[in-house]
Ligand binder design. Structure first.
Ligand SMILES: Cc1ncc(CO)c(N)n1
Length: 224
């Protein structure tokens, strides 16, 4: 069994919870409250600023030019394509770019991005890939799932989100990361694989928490 298949099997129950989450379901059937989506979009923008740095660190840790180039592509597509989607949504909500960048991260956004950056800065390239893989892979799975629903990708508001994450291009980037995970783990001892499994599980858990945070528009409980 490929290591990526083992990772997938391990977290499948959590991914099923992601797909069933009312935030995700609401994007699929178009019923999601736009204020919840607005909250999500701002937090996701802050998330992506930090996430992009993980790709930059991937380029630093890569040991060959091909891998380095691919991380550069991922960095570019995050900053200039994926975040452009968010900027377009922000426009629809009359949120300015200044407001977007000056927004404050929620505890979940802060915890998730700091965990990813901590692993990426202190760990091996395989650990960095284990941390970022659930992000790309689970969004692609959710995108494809929602895209398969009648009319979902044409929805006047959530259609663009669905089309981006279900796209061939996003899928190819996710597939590249899956293959890289398998390449980097070939012949690795079980103790190392278990460490990677735990990192993958942790960011998978954070993915679920991110949907939940957005649905509940959850900031610091101390400010409530
Ligand atoms: C929280 C989160 N995870 C993954 C992605 C996909 O890049 C995203 N945009 N946001």
């Amino acid at each position: 069994m490929k290591f990526s298949e083992r990772l997938y099997e391990n977290v499948l129950p959590i991914w099923q919870k992601n797909h069933a989450h009312p935030f995700v379901q609401g994007m699929g059937d178009g019923s999601l409250d736009k204020n919840k989506f607005r909250f999500y979009m701002i937090q996701d923008y802050l998330y992506l600023i930090e996430y992009a740095k993980v790709f930059a660190l991937g380029a630093v840790k890569a040991t060959d030019l091909k891998t380095m180039g691919k991380f550069a592509t991922l960095l570019d597509s995050t900053l200039n394509e994926e975040m452009e989607l968010h900027r377009q949504y922000a426009k629809k909500f009359s949120v300015t770019l200044e407001e977007l960048e000056a927004a404050k991260p929620s505890p979940t956004t802060l915890a998730y991005t700091h965990y990813m950056l901590h692993v990426s800065q202190n760990g091996t390239l395989a650990e960095l890939v284990a941390a970022l893989l659930p992000c790309m892979w689970s969004y692609w799975e959710i995108g494809k799932d929602l895209n398969s629903r009648e009319g979902a990708s044409e929805h006047e508001f959530y259609g663009e989100w669905i089309s981006m994450y279900a796209s061939e291009e996003f899928g190819q980037l996710a597939t590249w990361c899956i293959d890289l995970m398998d390449e980097l783990t070939g012949g690795k001892p079980e103790v190392e694989l278990e460490k990677l499994e735990e990192i993958f599980l942790n960011t998978t858990r954070f993915e679920y928490m991110f949907w939940d945070m957005a649905f509940n528009e959850k900031m610091w409980p101390t400010d409530e």
